[in-house]
Design a binder for this molecule. Structure first.
Ligand code: HEC
Length: 286
């Protein structure tokens, strides 16, 4: 009798779930980062259980001992390299949970009131739920993983936000035009950051200094060697402001340098993946 009831229940619940697609925002992580986040999650769950066990024993010292490792110390030791890979709102939610556990640990020793601790735990777990209903983790493909790396390194090199801007690389007969434009044309803060950055690197490129893209794309970037060692005057690099961003125009009369510019563009297009488009696809002209 019991068995039949269970089976019916199982069928019922499968049906309810099957109707809903998983619409939670996808966090695309490589295997190592996924493992990292989920290990921390399991530590949060087992730490929460340890707090409940201690509360059941009226042992407030044990509550504090169980809560402390779940506090900001956990966030600091573990999450540094996840900045830039995980969205800011996600990191903020995580931080508020860690801070809640610091409060639980502190009050367990100072206030020593189990009911108060239960209320705090209830609040903290509301944030577990809030985050779980907003996000899911998927393991990223190789190219996504490469993109994650590019974004993570780009955070330290490019001041503007890769999610709010688009890179457009347009190859032309004598070279190419690199544009960075904002998605939202009223976003003057991003426009400002784009202009500052492109003006700066165009100046560096004119000095033969390509260290900036190398930081993101690596020393073996195609075309790099030829561009770096171009004779004076053989390569023209000109910065220009656009209404919605800025551009750098690369020109040469020398076939070897033109080919190098094209390779340099292809490398950035493939590395920046969904954050960049080829000018042929986009036809953004000013
Ligand atoms: C900032 C967001 C966030 C917060 C806060 C958060 N989690 Fe998670 N948690 C996640 C995500 C994302 C997953 C993966 C969910 C998925 O892919 O379906 C996850 C998965 C888990 C898992 C499954 C682990 C595994 O090995 O599969 C457990 C258990 C868990 N969380 C416990 C907790 C507990 C307990 C709390 C609060 C004390 C908490 N989480 C707070 C984001 C969060």
């Amino acid at each position: 009798m019991k068995k039949i009831a269970l089976i019916t229940l199982a069928l019922l619940s499968t049906n309810t779930f099957a109707e809903e697609a998983d619409n939670r925002r996808v966090l695309s992580l490589n295997e190592a980062n996924r493992h990292h986040v989920l290990s921390e999650m399991r530590a949060l769950l087992s730490g929460t259980q340890a707090i409940l066990a201690a509360l059941a024993n009226d042992d407030m010292k044990a509550v504090a001992d169980a809560a402390k490792p779940l506090g900001m110390g956990m966030a600091h030791s573990a999450e540094n390299h996840l900045h830039g890979v995980l969205p800011k709102e996600f990191m903020m939610l995580g931080k508020s949970v860690h801070m809640a556990f610091d409060d639980i640990a502190r009050d367990a020793e100072a206030v020593k009131n189990p009911k108060h601790t239960l209320q705090q735990l209830n609040q903290a777990m509301g944030q577990c739920n809030a985050c779980h209903s907003a996000y899911q983790i998927r393991v990223s493909s190789a190219s996504d993983a490469r993109l994650d790396e590019v974004v993570a390194r780009g955070v330290h090199v490019m001041p503007f936000d890769l999610e709010k801007t688009v890179h457009v690389f347009t190859k032309v007969e004598k070279g190419g035009v690199q544009q960075v434009i904002v998605k939202d044309k009223s976003d003057s803060a991003q426009i400002q950051l784009i202009r500052q950055h492109l003006a700066k690197i165009a100046g560096e490129f004119n000095q033969g200094d390509f260290s900036n893209p190398v930081k993101i794309h690596g020393e073996d970037m195609p075309g790099l060697h030829a561009l770096r060692s171009a004779e004076k005057g053989a390569l023209s690099i000109v910065y220009k402001e656009l209404s919605d961003g800025a551009q750098i125009d690369y020109r040469s009369e020398k076939p070897a340098l033109i080919a190098a510019i094209h390779q340099f563009f292809d490398a950035q297009l493939s590395d920046h993946a969904r954050h960049a488009v080829s000018g042929h696809a986009q036809h953004h002209q000013k």
